[in-house]
Design a protein around this ligand. Structure first.
Ligand SMILES: *[C@@H]1O[C@H](CO)[C@@H](O)[C@H](O)[C@H]1NC(C)=O
Ligand SMILES: *[C@@H]1O[C@H](CO)[C@@H](O)[C@H](O)[C@H]1NC(C)=O
Ligand SMILES: *[C@@H]1O[C@H](CO)[C@@H](O)[C@H](O)[C@H]1NC(C)=O
Length: 266
């Protein structure tokens, strides 16, 4: 008897406590500012405008995508990227010790994508931020002959000069685009916008990104989930997401550009 008498008020206490806690959480959620709709700053800003305002906008838009501070001008950013791309020691490693292993591993990745019908021997393929072109060599090596890379520094014949924020190609040029340098994008929405612009309708984009670990000191952004990618690909649908072991990058995200354009309405 004694026990039930003491238990009842105890249960009541817990009940009231949990009610008030839930209400507190509810009010907290309601008082948070609504998520701002994603919008592309692609057309409204140029690459040479000061960064701070854009950085702030992007940080507010995607809390899972943070632009690293410290780039006061686009030239400074390019200079830092060139520091890595032109580093003679790195280039030496990329073209010798690294070469065979990377071409083999990329070849396996691309082979798997071809088995899933996301890539074929006839695909016109682009590798973005290709450095010395190991990915391009891998594509050609498995029979995807019409492949090319872009980077700030050319490495002919595999890699031609091009800035991924402003690809040197016409609209709807490629069937397949691959990149593992998303973290180097200072303007991630331009990086993605350019991919969508230069992909043919139905074209495939494969990104290798780092979600659960941070990348190197040359990175310009940090990504904490694939949410921001889904938001920035405005004219594509997601095909798959899977874990990979890709030279420090842990996640493969594949998008397919929609076949019919959903414009006209605006
Ligand atoms: C694609 O190219 C590879 C290498 O040249 C070849 O072995 C394979 O049979 C080709 N596949 C098709 C479907 O033609
Ligand atoms: C692709 O290139 C390889 C190697 O140069 C060649 O053997 C093959 O015939 C080419 N495939 C096509 C479809 O041109
Ligand atoms: C290329 O695509 C962009 C973005 O989708 C569009 O604004 C532009 O008008 C297109 N240019 C041409 C020549 O079709």
């Amino acid at each position: 008897m004694k026990t039930t008498q003491t238990i009842k008020p105890l249960i009541l206490k817990f009940f009231l406590l949990s009610i008030s806690l839930s209400l507190a959480v509810l009010f907290l959620l309601l008082s948070l500012p609504p998520k701002s709709p994603s919008s592309s700053s692609f057309s409204s800003t140029s690459l040479t405008t000061p960064l701070t305002q854009q950085q702030q906008q992007q940080q507010q838009q995607h809390s899972d995508l943070r632009i690293r501070p410290g780039y006061s001008t686009y030239d400074l950013y390019i200079k830092k990227q060139l520091d890595k791309t032109l580093n003679p020691k790195l280039r030496e490693i990329w073209t010798t010790r690294d070469w065979k292993r990377k071409v083999e591993v990329f070849g396996k990745f691309f082979d798997e994508l071809r088995a899933k019908k996301l890539l074929s021997n006839d695909s016109k393929a682009l590798c973005i931020g290709a450095r010395v072109g190991q990915e391009v060599a891998a594509l050609k090596g498995i029979g995807v002959n019409d492949s090319v890379g872009i980077d700030l520094v050319p490495y002919p014949p595999l890699v031609i000069k091009g800035d991924f924020h402003q690809q040197p190609f016409n609209n709807e040029s490629f069937d397949f685009e691959f990149s593992n340098v998303f973290d180097h994008a200072l303007y991630p929405d331009k990086f993605i916008g350019e991919i969508e612009r230069t992909l043919k309708p139905g074209g495939i984009c494969v990104l290798h990104v780092a979600i659960s670990r941070r990348s190197d000191k040359y990175s310009a952004n940090d990504l904490f989930s694939i949410g921001p990618l889904k938001e920035m690909f405005q004219d594509s649908e997601i095909v798959h997401v899977r874990k990979v072991d890709g030279f420090g990058l842990d996640t493969e995200v594949v998008f397919r550009k929609k076949k019919k354009k959903k414009k006209q309405s605006s």
